[in-house]
Design a protein around this ligand. Structure first.
Ligand SMILES: [Zn+2]
Ligand SMILES: [Zn+2]
Length: 243
């Protein structure tokens, strides 16, 4: 950003703060979208976790059954190589996702991306570009934006990795993953839903970006399409995951 642009953008942010003061999505306190108290009370997605999907696994200290890879990834290995996220989908992390996705609070994306950038710095996956999980046209139009794209853009600003927003597209609208009965239904919902745009792109190591990971079916379908088109390895970063 040029000097003038950044001064204007800071001025614009101050104006916005006067008109729409920042309030914590967790407790309503003024000053930030996620206040320090709510942030520290939100469960972090700490290890020991599956090296594939980042689901909690038993540590060797917890006795037999300890493993690097969870049962689900052993039975059905995902097309992405590894996934990470800073938070468990609970408390203020859940409120932030709801605010971004259902309440139209797009400005919270910058705060969410900061936590994701912290996670990325620690993790350092071998990727060269960010790919937001696309929305079908109808849902994007009704929301006005794609929340994954906003997160990817903010993350790009913080990490310096470029966003490749045109690479992946959603071919058809799919039922809400949150309403799917079980994991098989989630995979069935998104099977063949994503496609790589047919244009000459250099194959690359990519990081899929999304707000929440539930069963991982959506990220898996996206990674499958990218890998089939010659890209890879594909990793995934979300703001939170459902444990
Ligand atoms: Zn708070
Ligand atoms: Zn796993």
């Amino acid at each position: 950003m040029s000097g003038v642009a950044s001064v204007l953008s800071a001025a614009w942010e101050r104006t916005l703060d006067l008109v729409f003061p920042r309030r914590c999505v967790g407790c309503g306190a003024f000053g930030a979208f996620l206040c320090p108290a709510c942030l520290s009370a939100t469960p972090r997605a700490q290890p020991p976790r599956c090296s594939g999907c980042w689901m909690p696994v038993l540590s060797p200290a917890e006795g037999p059954g300890a493993a690097d890879v969870c049962e689900r990834c052993r039975t059905r290995p995902p097309a992405f190589k590894a996934a990470r996220c800073p938070f468990v989908y609970a408390g203020a992390a859940r409120e932030a996702v709801h605010a971004l996705k259902y309440d139209g609070l797009s400005a919270v994306a910058a705060t969410m991306a900061e936590a994701m950038a912290g996670c990325l710095t620690e993790w350092r996956p071998p990727v060269t570009a960010l790919v937001p999980v696309p929305l079908a046209g109808r849902r994007r139009r009704s929301r006005g934006y794609n929340q994954s794209e906003l997160l990817a853009r903010e993350l790009s600003r913080l990490s310096g990795l470029p966003v490749n927003g045109g690479l992946l597209m959603k071919r058809k609208a799919t039922p809400s993953q949150a309403l799917a009965a079980d994991e098989a239904a989630r995979h069935a919902n998104v099977e063949g839903a994503f496609a790589v745009r047919p244009k000459a792109e250099t194959a690359g190591a990519l990081l899929l970006v999304d707000d929440v990971m539930t069963s991982g079916a959506t990220l898996d379908a996206c990674a499958r399409a990218l890998v089939a088109a010659g890209h890879g390895p594909v990793c995934a970063l979300t703001f939170a995951r459902e444990d």
